[in-house]
Design a protein around this ligand. Structure first.
Ligand code: HEM
Length: 543
């Protein structure tokens, strides 16, 4: 059970940021984009109800998340210490700030239910709703790195909270746009509202992005300082992938802005209704992944604090260096003999067999994926399409391979039972989930292709791929061997970014019309190829 608690603890930060973005960003949307009190506001009650319902949902789920977060911390401490963490836990900032956040989210929940719900068009009520959530925003300052710094504490806390508000404005606004689109599709709002709200949000979005840069850059400088810290530490690496993903999200935001400008010059709704909603969906996937990455970043030691544990640029590049994949696996007996060294908490020294076993698993998985992506690329040619489109069968074979090869100390190859190993070890639990995911992904995708991508089944693949990417980015813990853990992390986070590209590409392939769909589809399988290449050259770092 400790495994599950650990695993959930690393995910809950991203869930927390998602729901707080829905609540805070929803209020920003109401105040600055929707402005329901404007004289000329052409908003019907369906739109206002939907907007407020989303914020209500955000506040409700935020209360649950905050309380679960506290519960999880108690559970983890009780399991680790072997005794109850009370009463000392009451005095911790985690408990007090967490409780303040839950109380503030609950206040917003009640205010919406009993007041805003009956006063959709009152500016005063929107402002009051924003006031109720102020303690939630402010108390977050005590849960970030800035709170534990000796110098510039106030400045760092303020910058981080402002950064969080800007992020929430972007993410929450994008989610509100999706809700508006769903109403527009059902003809539940006036036709001109969709372009109007897109235009208004595009201005708010530009300001939010500017604020993210203005607040994020000094934080990055303060916590990283050196180029090596940016390249060679977990903190710097997660920031780097965050910036990459921000680039992707900005790409979609730019396409949307162009389409809006085009509409206001020629009044053609074509791009606004056949492309923009799907770009927004892809942007949402990216932004949510950024939130999970940000939560993971905030839980890592800043690079500036661990210069002696930072990898050199050469060591990082070596992780991606092309080399012959490992073809031969050590025997299972040899692997088990060195297992104690691999799992030691302090002074981890995995045996040669364990290193070779892991290299082999990664490299063969890479060969699976590069071969699959080769057939996937062929499937875009009319000549090969008929049979090459079944390339996802490879996922099922990969799932079987992983089931036998990963976690060889447990069932079916090793002595530890299936359930025992799955629920008592966070690493094994993640591997089991990933293995099942890969197999199910193959199964679903083959069925989708048999049915010529009709129905809703094909959408499972990009959603699972995005989820997989999120997992790769969200669960990056630096343990006692910080440098080695980082060198393992560096390839995995890059694969997380490519999984996200794979997911967005496939999503757009299913949603867009020609030629955009083919371009998106090809980019998607190219991202799969890149994941395959990273795995094919993977080597366990030396301890
Ligand atoms: C150039 C772009 C960016 C830079 C330089 C940057 C930098 C940073 C840094 C250094 C932190 C860590 C603060 C700490 O350790 O306490 C952080 C946290 C955060 N970032 Fe960014 N960021 C950028 C873009 C974004 C974007 C695009 C989003 C989301 C839309 C985002 C959302 C967040 C959130 C929510 C946190 C707080 C995480 C937490 O405390 O749980 N950032 N950012």
């Amino acid at each position: 059970m400790e495994g599950i608690a650990n695993y959930l603890d690393s995910l809950i930060g991203g869930v927390d940021l998602t729901f707080s973005s829905i609540a805070i960003g929803g209020l920003m949307w109401g105040l600055f984009v929707l402005r329901p009190w404007d004289e000329d506001a052409n908003h019907n009650s369906a739109l206002l109800e939907k907007t407020v319902n989303l914020i209500h949902f955000g506040s409700k789920t935020l209360v649950i998340t905050q309380l679960s977060k506290i519960g999880l911390k108690i559970w983890l401490m009780a399991v680790t210490l072997g005794k109850s963490p009370f009463p000392a836990f009451f005095n911790t900032v985690q408990f007090q700030a967490g409780l303040a956040r839950a109380a503030s989210a609950f206040a917003l929940f009640l205010f919406i239910k009993y007041s805003l719900n009956n006063n959709f068009r009152s500016k005063k009520h929107w402002l009051l709703a924003s006031l109720t959530i102020l303690p939630l925003i402010i108390s977050a300052a005590w849960l970030v790195h800035g709170a534990s710094r000796l110098e510039d504490r106030g400045l760092l806390m303020t910058l981080t909270v402002s950064h969080q508000i800007a992020a929430a404005t972007w993410v929450g606004g994008i989610i509100q746009l999706l809700a508006v689109w769903s109403l527009n599709k059902r003809n539940a709002i006036a036709v001109e509202l969709w372009p109007l709200l897109l235009k208004r949000f595009s201005t708010v979005g530009v300001i939010a992005v500017g604020a993210l840069l203005v607040t994020g850059s000094p934080l990055a400088w303060y916590y990283i300082r050196t180029f090596q810290g940016f390249i060679g530490a977990g903190y710097g690496n997660l920031l780097m992938v965050k910036i990459m993903m921000m680039g992707l999200a900005l790409g979609f935001a730019w396409l949307n802005r162009q389409a809006v400008l085009e509409y206001f010059s020629n009044r053609s709704l074509y791009a606004l209704t056949t492309r923009v909603p799907y770009y927004i969906e892809a942007e949402t996937l990216i932004l949510l992944t950024i939130l999970f990455t940000a939560a993971s970043l905030a839980s890592q030691p800043p690079a500036v604090d661990i210069p002696h544990l930072t990898a050199s640029v050469d060591e990082v590049l070596n992780m991606f260096h092309p080399r012959m994949p490992r073809w031969e696996s050590p025997t299972h007996e040899a692997l088990i003999a060195g297992e104690a060294g691999r799992v030691a908490i302090v002074g981890q020294v995995p045996s040669e067999a364990a290193t070779a076993w892991s290299d082999y698993n990664h490299n063969i998985s890479g060969i699976f994926l590069t071969t699959m992506s080769f057939f996937a690329m062929l499937s875009y040619s009319r000549r090969f399409h008929q049979w090459a489109r079944f390339w996802p069968v490879g996922f099922m074979l990969l799932g079987v391979f992983l089931f036998f090869r990963s976690d060889a100390e447990s069932w079916p190859l090793g002595p530890i039972g299936f359930w025992d190993s799955t629920f008592n070890n966070g690493e094994i639990l993640q591997h089991r989930i990933a293995t099942l995911l890969v197999f199910v992904l193959g199964l679903i995708e083959v069925r989708a292709r048999i049915n010529h991508n009709t129905g809703s089944l094909p959408f499972v693949f990009p959603l699972l791929a995005a989820f997989g990417g999120m997992m790769l980015l969200a669960h990056s813990h630096v343990g006692f061997e910080a440098k080695t853990a980082f060198l393992i992390q560096v390839g995995h986070t890059l694969m997380g970014v490519f999984s996200l590209i794979l997911a967005c590409g496939r999503w757009l392939e299913l949603k867009l019309d020609s030629p955009g769909k083919h371009v998106a589809g090809f980019i998607s399988v190219f991202a799969l190829f890149q994941i395959g290449v990273i795995l094919m050259f993977y080597r366990e770092p030396l301890y």
